[in-house]
Design a protein around this ligand. Structure first.
Ligand SMILES: Cc1ncc(COP(=O)(O)O)c(C=O)c1O
Length: 384
């Protein structure tokens, strides 16, 4: 149908609620005045609430990768030893960023689809004395798996190293306890579970991370935490540079919506959606991809059936129904496709999705009983 918006079932950006779009189209609040001060304060408080983080928060006008870069540039000096734990595409990105900053990188890489194990992190730290910081993803969006951060944090804290977590696709959908788990630096983004448009990344900063910041001399300017702290502590809190004001107006509206729904309800909704999607995939007899699936709550990776390409499934879902999903990335190209179910998504979206997916698969020659995926997802809704 012409002019119908695309239906985003991608790992991000995610569907943006009208209230957020409306807030974003409001006249701009000038960024050197009290209106912006109130806006920035609301956003920072919302981030602290979502991530259970009591420390400082730097709010960047950038995509998530800017947040990743800021999480490296502010705590290291060239030649520092770091450990990068990677279970996929975005973990590999941390390795590249750390290498660009001239760091001595120990790389703990897993096969894509696996999750990181605390005992491996402990061994890597014990075998490589002098490692200053550990970098890892919470949810690795390229495979759908979610690392169990709490026990890994324990191992890192026991050894008194800095712990940096990319929670860009998990914050606001999966339990995240920055203070409780001891995450020193946690990176998030506006365009995933939090339901705003792309353009804002943020970083939570612990006292230990500030100490590292003061002793670090990596080159930085735009992403320098000190600049953000100084600006945020003015009488009217500000950003050091001109911020993406409209995106922040939308982001604040998204935070208001989240507060209305409540964190427990948000987490429960994402658990339900994930259960429905996984049941639907099993209902059409396709194999799920990845380890520890009960933790993979926001992206479901599905192995493609023999003889059918991931690109064909993704392209047909889009051309026939306007539904956007993700193909496999890197070594998983051609092997999986990815269904995003995070942010402003509800059970009806999942039922609609399986109705469409079944037609697409049938047209591509995959033998299935129409309705089997929808029914399996519906069954989840009937469970107490
Ligand atoms: C886990 C993770 N890290 C980093 C990024 C990079 O974010 P961006 O594309 O906004 O730069 C993404 C985006 O998909 C992500 O899912």
């Amino acid at each position: 149908m012409p002019n119908r918006p695309e239906i985003l079932m991608t790992p991000g950006p995610t569907p943006v609620p009208p209230a957020v779009l409306i807030a974003q189209s409001e006249p701009l609040v000038y960024h050197r005045g009290p209106g912006f001060g109130a806006l920035l304060t609301e956003v920072i408080d919302g981030i602290r609430w979502q991530a259970n983080a009591s420390g400082d928060v730097a709010v960047y006008t950038s995509s998530g990768t800017g947040g990743m870069e800021g999480s490296v540039a502010n705590i290291v000096s060239a030649g520092d030893k770091v450990l990068v734990v990677s279970v996929g595409y975005f973990g590999d990105r941390y390795k590249t960023i750390c290498e660009r900053f001239g760091l001595d990188v120990t790389f703990l890489g897993y096969n894509w689809g696996q999750v990181a194990k605390p005992e491996d992190v402990a061994k890597a730290l014990d075998d490589n004395p002098g490692i200053k910081a550990v970098f890892i993803q919470h949810s690795e969006t390229s495979t759908g798996v979610c690392n169990d951060i709490e026990p890994i944090a324990r191992v890192v804290k026991e050894r008194d190293r800095l712990f940096v977590v990319d929670a860009i696709s998990s914050v606001g959908a999966v339990e995240l306890d920055v203070d409780g788990w001891g995450i020193d630096v946690c990176v998030g983004g506006s365009q995933k579970a939090l339901g705003a448009t792309p353009g804002v990344a943020f970083i939570t900063i612990s006292e230990k991370a500030w100490e590292a910041h003061r002793n670090s001399n990596a080159p930085r300017f735009y992403f320098d935490w000190t600049a953000y702290k100084d600006a945020a502590e003015r009488k009217n809190p500000e950003s050091p540079w001109t911020p993406a004001i409209s995106v922040l107006q939308g982001f604040a509206a998204a935070i208001r919506m989240a507060r209305e729904e409540g964190l427990d309800n948000i987490l429960a909704r994402h658990r339900l959606l994930s259960k429905m999607v996984k049941a639907g995939v099993r209902g059409i007899d396709l194999p799920l991809f990845g380890e520890n699936l009960e933790r993979s709550l926001i992206v479901t990776a599905v192995k493609v059936p023999d003889g059918i390409s991931d690109e064909a499934i993704v392209a047909k879902l889009r051309s026939r129904f306007g539904i956007v999903t993700g193909p496999g990335q890197g070594p998983l190209k051609g092997k999986i496709f990815r269904i995003g179910h995070l942010g402003w998504v509800d059970p009806l979206d999942v039922l609609r999705f399986f109705g469409a997916l079944e037609v697409v698969l049938a047209e591509l020659g995959y033998p299935l009983k129409l309705g089997s995926g929808v029914a399996a997802a519906q069954e989840v809704l009937l469970q107490p």
